[in-house]
Design a protein around this ligand. Structure first.
Ligand SMILES: O=C(O)CCC(=O)C(=O)O
Ligand SMILES: [Fe+2]
Length: 322
């Protein structure tokens, strides 16, 4: 079996967000870097992003305190309903010793006034500490979406209002380390995210992405204090395939540390259909995707289908020729 050391490392592009201010002379250069990163690896790290170290640390701590609560307390938040704004769950090892590989908490987070009061009441500071982080992550997502639109030669304000009205969800994952009795490597199976972009905070390394030229898994090293930005399914659709959603997974690591990650998924409203941008469709670049919305995706997942959702919205060449 593979061990966590058997994988090459992928040094992701590092984007300095402080250079993205509207009056910055470096802005065009940063937009170019973002274009390059989205076109190739589909993932980049951001530094100088403006979210304070205290907010990050407090969010990780309060989530650690949540996952440390007795299972009985957390189980009250268990749900199989994809639309439930608060959802706790566990993935158990099916082949091995039935141990818990990963626990997660999925929260709808925008608008916070609507969803915040439904979040866990225990630990008592959960809503406040996690709320601050989620709101900051959302602002960051919107800022980065603007830069991404520009990197596609669209207006920076393209879809801005729809993105601002859009659903933001956060998923917090807690991974148990590999142990003597449970060596199962996979913490989260391979997938791409249903989002325009995902902003990811992690307490330690473990994330891997599929490198598309060599078609091998590469480990993403941890850059302390940074967030990762991942190209999601909706951005692949919007860009008409100019950018591809990044295929990723998480492997469990040895040692005794539990790994925590906080992912913020930026989408449009539940029924807002997203289509490839008209400006990116022409004779040379025919429309490659049908329009889709978050409700389509959730319904598809609910139906138990295992094929990636993105496959279902791709227009095959046979249809294009019709
Ligand atoms: O735990 C991570 O680093 C990533 C989790 C993830 O891919 C997800 O929640 O979609
Ligand atoms: Fe993901």
């Amino acid at each position: 079996m593979n061990s966590t050391n058997d994988f090459d490392v992928l040094q992701v592009p590092i984007i300095d967000l402080s250079l993205l201010q509207r009056d910055s002379q470096e802005r065009p250069l940063v937009i170019k870097q973002i274009h390059q990163a989205c076109r190739t690896v589909g993932i980049f790290a951001i530094i100088n992003h403006g979210i304070s170290e205290t907010i990050i640390e407090e969010a990780l701590n309060v989530n650690k305190n949540f996952f440390d609560l007795p299972l009985k307390t957390k189980e009250e938040l268990m749900s199989h309903d994809m639309y439930n704004p608060v959802k706790y769950g566990v993935y158990q090892d099916q082949d091995g010793d039935q141990g818990i590989l990963r626990s997660y908490l999925k929260l709808y987070s925008h608008p916070f006034e609507k969803f915040g009061p439904l979040w866990p009441a225990n630990p008592p500071d959960y809503r406040e500490k996690m709320g601050k982080c989620a709101m900051d992550m959302r602002k960051l997502s919107i800022q980065i979406c603007g830069a991404i639109m520009e990197s596609l030669n669209l207006e920076a304000t393209y879809l801005e209002e729809k993105i601002e009205r859009g659903v933001q969800m956060v998923a917090i994952n807690s991974y148990s380390p590999i142990s003597r009795s449970n060596k199962n490597l996979i913490g989260t199976a391979q997938h791409s995210d249903f989002s325009i972009i995902t902003i990811l905070l992690q307490s330690s390394s473990g994330l891997q992405v599929m490198e598309t030229t060599e078609k091998t898994w590469k480990s993403i090293p941890l850059i302390k204090g940074s967030f990762l930005v991942l190209v999601g399914d909706l951005l692949e659709v919007l860009s008409n395939g100019e950018y591809n959603a990044v295929l990723h997974r998480v492997i469990r690591t040895s040692g005794d540390e539990t790994r925590l990650s906080v992912a913020g998924f930026q989408s449009l409203e539940m029924d807002e259909i997203l289509e490839p941008a008209i400006k990116l469709v022409d004779e040379e670049h025919p429309k490659k995707y049908k329009g889709c919305c978050l409700r389509d995706y959730l319904g598809y997942r609910d139906s138990g289908e295992s094929k990636p959702f993105l496959e279902t919205v791709k227009i095959t060449s046979a249809i294009i020729k019709e």
